[in-house]
Ligand binder design. Structure first.
Ligand SMILES: [Zn+2]
Length: 64
């Protein structure tokens, strides 16, 4: 039983984004979707985008 850790990025954590989307999944899945979402929906494309997204990741406490 090796359950993958699931993480969440919540758009409400981003002050400039008027958006309530939350993305959950493994870290690589979340980063992929969040990058797409941030660039297509929020027009973000600065080089620091991935770092900014990474700082928004929240780890769920269900790993036991
Ligand atoms: Zn959003």
């Amino acid at each position: 039983m090796d359950r993958k850790e699931r993480v969440t990025i919540d758009c409400r954590d981003s002050p400039e984004a008027n958006c309530s989307l939350a993305i959950s999944g493994t870290e690589s899945e979340v980063m992929e979707c969040a990058e797409l979402h941030a660039t297509t929906k929020h027009g973000m494309k600065e080089p620091g985008l991935r770092d900014q997204l990474r700082s928004m990741i929240k780890r769920e406490a269900f790993s036991r």
